[in-house]
Design a protein around this ligand. Structure first.
Ligand code: AQP
Length: 338
């Protein structure tokens, strides 16, 4: 059996309103993984257009996500950051995987059901096959580890099934590795500040539901002050957070931002009112997110430098992708120029 080299791949969509959930669920972990793995971090613009994007905003949002990677601490000289559209092999492999994945598998994807809503007939075909493109993103680099938030777990399981079926169909047992999801830390699913039962999301119509990476300190403090609470004092055990979604969310965010274990934070605020937690959380969020936002703004003031970093990363990503795609074409039986 072939052991594939450990390699990390993950992506973030340039769909605007990059938020604390994206940071704690994904980008913060991207930074830590650089110490131990070769990493590729992708701004997944092909995924973004599964829902219509204004072209000028797409360009700006692509730079914004790249700036967030760099400002958070991803080093583009040691690792690879790039935007997906600059590496056409993503779309090419996605087509092959469209022909490997089964309709029944895609029909089970809950994210499509949620995003398409009641009017499925009007959803783009791209939104439906989005998980196949995500599988292509990962497998194109034979990535072994994929840091994501909890909401991507089902798509990762599908990527594993697709890898397995490709290997079986073409009788190449070790062609693609089985990518492992890395869903880590106390904030794998950051919830809306307005509703502890709903995921913090870029597309929530309420701006108060999320802290964005570009929020100014005053906005961060205001949004935390206005966050939904319940009438009781804060609980004294992790188990008691179970039916206290708003408390669980704010305590989870505090733990993740401060890199403290959840039980330590629960002890710290046991019996206190929400106001005390909110005050300290606002200070902590401003101290951690604030400087990243400021650095992002600086980077985005020089868009040409962000474009150079993305272009350089794309060239290095393509060097890996082109070789794997050659092997895919050969495995599938596509004739290639001698
Ligand atoms: N609330 C969240 N908590 C923890 N992790 C999250 N992620 C997203 N929301 C949360 C993780 O962030 C990474 C990038 O996400 P994305 O941009 O690819 O996709 P998304 O899920 O579309 O982001 P949103 O905010 O949820 O957008 P909409 O509003 O379109 O639904 C992924 O690793 C994701 O798990």
């Amino acid at each position: 059996m072939v052991t594939h080299t450990a390699r990390v791949f993950s992506g973030v969509q340039p769909t605007g309103n990059l938020h604390l959930g994206n940071y704690l669920g994904a980008i913060k972990n991207f930074v830590a993984l650089q110490e131990t793995h070769q990493c590729l971090y992708c701004v997944v613009d092909l995924h973004a257009i599964t829902v219509f994007q204004d072209p000028a905003e797409l360009r700006n949002n692509t730079r914004e996500v790249a700036a967030a990677f760099i400002a958070a601490g991803v080093d583009p000289s040691q690792h690879i950051i790039f935007n997906q559209a600059q590496v056409p092999e993503h779309a090419e492999l996605a087509w092959v995987l469209n022909c490997v994945a089964r309709m029944g598998w895609l029909n089970r994807m809950t994210q499509f059901k949620e995003k398409a809503g009641k009017d499925r007939e009007k959803a783009s075909v791209g939104l439906y096959v989005y998980p196949n493109l995500m599988a292509a993103d990962i497998l194109l680099y034979r990535a072994t580890h994929v840091p994501v938030g909890d909401d991507q777990k089902q798509h990762l399981e599908l990527a594993r099934d697709i890898a397995q079926k490709f290997n079986n169909d073409f009788d190449r047992p070790d062609f693609f590795p089985q990518p492992e999801p890395l869903i880590q830390g106390p904030a794998t699913r950051v919830m809306s500040l307005r509703d502890g039962a709903k995921k913090m999301s870029k597309s929530d119509p309420s701006d108060l539901s999320r802290i964005t990476m570009l929020d100014q300190p005053d906005d961060i403090a205001r949004k935390i002050r206005k966050a939904k609470t319940d009438p009781d004092a804060l609980p004294d055990s992790v188990a008691a957070l179970e039916d206290r979604p708003e408390a669980a969310n704010l305590i989870g965010i505090y733990a993740a931002l401060g890199a403290k274990p959840l039980n330590v934070v629960v002890e710290q605020f046991a019996g206190a009112q929400f106001s005390k937690l909110k005050e300290e959380l606002a200070d902590l969020a401003i101290a951690t997110i604030g400087p990243i936002g400021a650095e992002m703004r600086k980077l985005m003031d020089d868009p040409a430098s962000v474009d150079v970093a993305l272009g350089d990363g794309a060239a290095r990503a393509r060097a890996i992708a082109a070789d794997v795609m050659d092997e895919v074409r050969e495995a599938v039986g596509f004739l290639q120029a001698p």
